[in-house]
Design a binder for this molecule. Structure first.
Ligand code: SF4
Length: 470
C-alpha cells in the first residue's frame, strides 16, 4: 500500500537518537525494542548505549546520529533510578546544546519520574509499544505492528562481549538478557513496578521469547538472564520457555528473579528447573526484620527467607538476594540482625556489597506513601524521591559510610568477604559496640555463580558511572 505523501515526507524528516545509560550491565532491551519499531516504520535512527560508548554529551557532536545529522527526537531510556539520574543529566545537556530544535522523550519505567525531574524532557512514555512511539513521532500509529508480535532488534547494539557475563566454577560465559513477561502481579509498597502496572502483568508470547534466545545463542550467549520482575508470576509460561530453551540449546544455563513467596509456593518446580539449566535465583529478600517486611508488603517473613534458601540449596540452586536495608523503620537491632544473617547463612558471596547500603527511594506515586506512620517529606527532584530521614540520624550517616565502603572496595577489587567484614565492623563501630569475633572461611570465595556486573538498580549512580558523563 502506498503511504500518503505527507506521511512519507514526515518520516524522512524524522531523525531519532536513542540513548541508554545503564541497564544493570546487560544489553539494553529498551533500545532494542525502540530499534524494532524504528526499523519497521522505516525511520532514520541511531542508538547509543553509553555504558559502552562513553560519550560525555558535553558537545554537539555527541548528539549526532551515525550519519552526522542532528536528531529531531532524542529518546532517553530510564528503566530504573540509576539510569534516570544519568539520563536527567543528558537531557539537560541536550536542551542546552541543541535548544528547542529537539524533542526529548523519557522512555521506560521511570519516565514520569524523569519528566518531573527536569523540564528538559518534553514528554514521557512508560511502555515501549510501537503505536505509542509512532504517535509521539507524529506518525499514524494505526498500522504499527503490535509490540507483542515483533522481537526486539539487537542488531545495532554492541556485542555481548561488552556486557555482564556469567562467572561460574572458574568459567566465563557470554550472557543474554530477555524478558518473558511485562509488569508484575504484586503490589510491594517500595517497588516502582506497581506504580505503573498496578499489580498486573502480561506474558510475552513464548515463540517470541524463544526466537530471541535463538538469536542470542547464535551470537555466542551460553547463559540467559530472565529479567522479568518475577519469573514465576506465570509459572506454566516460565516452565514452557525453560523447557523449549533447554531442548533447543542443552548447553544454555539461566538465572531468574523470583520472590520468596513464589519460591515456596512452587516447591515442585525447582528440581526440573535445575535440570533445565538454572544456576541461580535473584530474590528480593529486602530485610530480615518482620516489621520492615510487613511495612514493605513483601508477603514473606524472616523464617520464609530461611525456608526458601534451604529449599533451593537442596537442589544446588544458589540464591542471590537483593536488599533494602535502610528504611524509615530500620534501627540498630535490625541492621545488626541483617549483617549477621548474611554471615550465618553463608551469603557473603551471594550478595553484591552495594546492596547492604541501599536506601529506600520514594518515587512519584509510590505506594509507600500509603503506609501509615511514615513521615515522608517533600519531593526532591535532585534525589528523584520524596525525602525522608531516619528517626536516628546516625543511621543515615551509617548508610553513607556503607555506600562508600562498597564503592571503594569495588574500585580496589576486594573480595566480598573482606568487604562485608569491613561493613560489619563499620556497623558495630557506628553504634559504639564491641565487634564480636567470628570465623569466616574465604576458601570458597569466587566459586558461586554470579554475573560479572554488580547490580545498582535502586542505588545512586557510582562515581564511575557519573565520570562517563564528564
Ligand atoms: S518487588 Fe518484585 S514482586 Fe514486588 S511488586 Fe516489585 S517486581 Fe513485583
Amino acid at each position: 500500500m502506498t503511504k500518503p505523501l505527507n506521511e512519507s515526507s514526515r518520516k524522512a524528516q524524522i531523525k531519532v537518537l536513542a540513548v541508554s545509560t545503564y541497564e544493570l550491565g546487560h544489553q539494553p532491551l529498551v533500545l532494542a525494542r525502540l530499534a524494532s519499531t524504528f526499523e519497521t516504520a522505516m525511520i532514520g535512527y541511531s542508538i547509543c548505549d553509553n555504558s559502552v560508548a562513553n560519550r560525555t554529551f558535553t558537545n554537539y557532536d555527541d548528539f549526532l546520529l551515525d550519519d552526522k545529522t542532528p536528531p529531531t527526537h532524542l529518546f532517553i531510556s530510564v528503566p530504573m533510578h540509576t539510569a534516570t539520574q544519568l539520563g536527567k543529566t543528558i537531557a539537560n545537556r541536550a536542551r542546552a546544546i541543541l535548544g528547542n530544535s529537539v524533542q526529548i522523550i523519557a522512555v521506560g519505567l521511570y519516565a514520569n519520574v524523569a519528566l518531573a525531574a527536569t523540564s528538559a524532557f518534553n514528554t514521557a512514555i512508560v511502555s515501549q509499544e510501537s503505536a505509542k512511539i509512532l504517535d509521539i513521532l507524529g506518525i499514524d500509529p494505526t498500522d504499527a505492528s503490535p509490540t507483542q508480535s515483533i522481537p526486539p532488534d539487537r542488531t545495532a547494539l554492541p556485542g555481548l562481549q561488552n556486557y555482564a557475563h556469567l562467572i561460574s566454577g572458574g568459567e566465563k560465559k557470554l550472557s543474554g538478557y530477555v524478558e518473558t513477561t511485562i509488569g508484575c502481579a504484586h503490589l510491594c509498597k517500595h517497588c516502582p513496578v506497581p506504580v505503573v502496572f498496578h499489580g498486573k502483568f502480561k506474558a510475552v508470547p513464548s515463540k517470541l521469547v524463544i526466537e530471541q534466545i535463538n538469536q542470542l545463542y547464535e551470537e555466542g550467549a551460553r547463559h540467559i538472564t530472565f529479567g522479568d520482575p518475577d519469573f514465576l508470576n506465570g509459572p506454566a509460561h516460565a516452565l514452557k520457555i525453560a523447557r523449549a530453551m533447554h531442548k533447543a540449546h542443552p548447553d544454555m544455563t539461566f538465572d531468574a528473579t523470583v520472590k520468596v513467596e513464589h519460591i515456596l509456593e512452587q516447591r515442585e518446580i525447582w528440581s526440573e528447573f535445575k535440570d533445565l539449566g538454572l544456576v541461580f535465583v535473584v530474590s528480593a529478600f529486602e530485610h530480615t526484620s518482620d516489621l520492615i517486611l510487613s511495612k514493605l508488603g513483601k508477603g514473606h517473613t524472616r523464617s520464609d527467607i530461611i525456608s526458601a534458601l534451604e529449599l533451593l540449596r537442596v537442589y544446588g540452586i544458589e540464591v542471590r538476594p537483593s536488599l533494602m536495608p535502610f528504611t524509615p523503620w530500620t534501627d540498630r537491632a535490625s541492621l545488626i540482625d541483617l549483617i549477621e544473617f548474611l554471615f550465618d547463612y553463608e551469603l557473603l558471596e551471594s550478595v553484591d556489597p552495594v546492596q547492604l547500603s541501599i536506601r529506600l527511594l520514594v518515587p512519584l506515586e509510590s505506594l509507600i506513601l500509603t503506609v501509615s506512620d511514615t513521615e515522608i517529606g517533600p519531593w526532591n527532584s535532585e534525589l528523584l524521591s520524596y525525602q525522608w530521614h531516619s528517626r536516628d540520624q546516625t543511621i543515615d550517616e551509617l548508610q553513607f559510610e556503607l555506600a562508600t565502603i562498597a564503592e571503594e572496595s569495588q574500585a580496589r577489587e576486594l573480595n566480598a568477604i573482606t568487604t562485608f567484614t569491613l561493613m560489619r565492623d563499620s556497623i558495630y563501630r557506628h553504634f559504639n559496640l564491641q565487634i564480636p569475633l567470628r570465623e569466616t572461611s574465604s576458601s570458597s570465595c569466587g566459586n558461586k555463580p554470579r554475573l560479572s556486573e554488580s547490580w545498582f538498580c535502586c542505588a545512586e549512580p557510582t562515581r564511575v558511572q557519573f565520570d562517563r558523563l564528564g
